[in-house]
Write a protein that binds this ligand. Structure first.
Ligand code: BDR
Ligand code: CA
Length: 319
């Protein structure tokens, strides 16, 4: 068997779609998941750690270390999303008490150490607010140059916001952290709502997974049922938007999206556009692109890919 192509750390706020992203990463032979770093967002960082441990155990991957990171954003008050992800972050899913524990080290220390020990090797998939990454950048000036790439699920370029009329949740929760990351010089690929809002998991997709009655398929049904109820009630939408797994998928299957190099910034001025991400399409600012932005997605192929990759996890019983 060929060795995995990409070494990943996933920085996450698990989270229903975060859990699906973690499962997709574990299912991918192209990837080696070397740690999960947790940040407050969809739920508190403490709850998110518990959720991360439970999801790893569900998938039989007790070997992957979990590190707790920032409890609060850099400047903004803590905002969590229990209406979207449920009071504990995983919808209606109730997973067993985890036997594994979080690591004693802080998530930011782990990120810095792992990246500096492996310069140019580690891809960070950031699928929560960017607080941990901003702290790593500020704490260790050598960090940005040593990161291979950062794939960020966040922002809304030509799409409305999902948290304010203009702002996307991950960026809105900690816009100052996003500002630091966007201007860090790290090679960034941004996966905004423009593409993720085209990637909708339907009830029939979940039923396909449930054809195998296994712990992973039952978990996905219980978690996404809550998420679908949220989308129906708040957004008048059928199914649920699975934002975060797309950021994982494009680390090894970039052909699933169409990307453009752009200069992108974030509003931190505190007005009605706080947390809005905007791209300079016509080069008004005369600044070089600071990221690749996914602006198109082959949504049907991606959902099919997601189901194909998750299905084997639904056959395997958790250990
Ligand atoms: C992002 O916000 C969270 O609710 C999801 O987990 C995703 O990372 C989408 O705006
Ligand atoms: Ca998330």
């Amino acid at each position: 068997m060929n060795p995995p192509l990409h070494r990943l750390i996933i920085d996450t706020d698990p989270g229903i779609d975060d859990s699906l992203a973690i499962l997709l990463a574990l299912a991918a032979p192209e990837l080696s998941v070397e740690g999960l770093t947790v940040v407050s967002g969809n739920c508190t960082a403490a709850q998110g750690c518990r959720n991360a441990l439970q999801v790893l155990e569900l998938a039989g991957r007790r070997d992957i270390p979990v590190f707790k990171g920032a409890d609060v954003p850099l400047l903004q008050p803590l905002l969590i999303a229990s209406e979207t992800h449920g009071s504990h972050g995983l919808g209606y899913a109730e997973l067993p008490e985890p036997a594994i524990r979080i690591q004693p080290e802080h998530a930011v220390s782990f990120l810095i150490q792992k990246v500096l020990e492996n310069p140019g090797e580690i891809t960070i998939v950031a699928i929560g607010p960017l607080t941990n990454l901003a702290l790593a950048i500020r704490l260790e000036p050598r960090f940005p140059a040593a990161v291979r790439e950062m794939v960020i699920m966040g922002g809304a370029i030509n799409h409305g916001g999902n948290t304010t009329p203009q702002a996307e949740f991950n960026v809105y929760c900690d816009p100052h952290a996003a500002y630091i990351v966007f201007h860090s010089g790290i090679p960034i690929t941004l996966v905004p709502l423009d593409v993720t809002y085209q990637t909708i998991l339907s009830k029939s997709d979940v039923l396909r997974l449930l054809e195998n009655d296994a712990p992973v398929s039952r978990f996905i049904e219980q978690a996404t049922r809550f998420y679908m109820e949220f989308h129906a009630e708040y957004q008048g939408m059928e199914g649920c938007v699975i934002n975060d797994p797309l950021a994982v998928a494009i680390t090894y299957a970039p052909e699933l999206v169409d990307m453009k190099n752009l200069y992108v910034d974030v509003d931190i001025s505190g007005g009605v556009s706080m947390g809005k991400t905007f791209a300079d399409f016509y080069d008004f600012l005369k600044r070089p692109p600071n990221m690749r932005v996914a602006l198109g997605v082959h949504a049907k192929a991606y959902i099919e890919h997601f189901l194909d990759r998750i299905e084997p996890l639904c056959i395997t019983q958790s250990t």
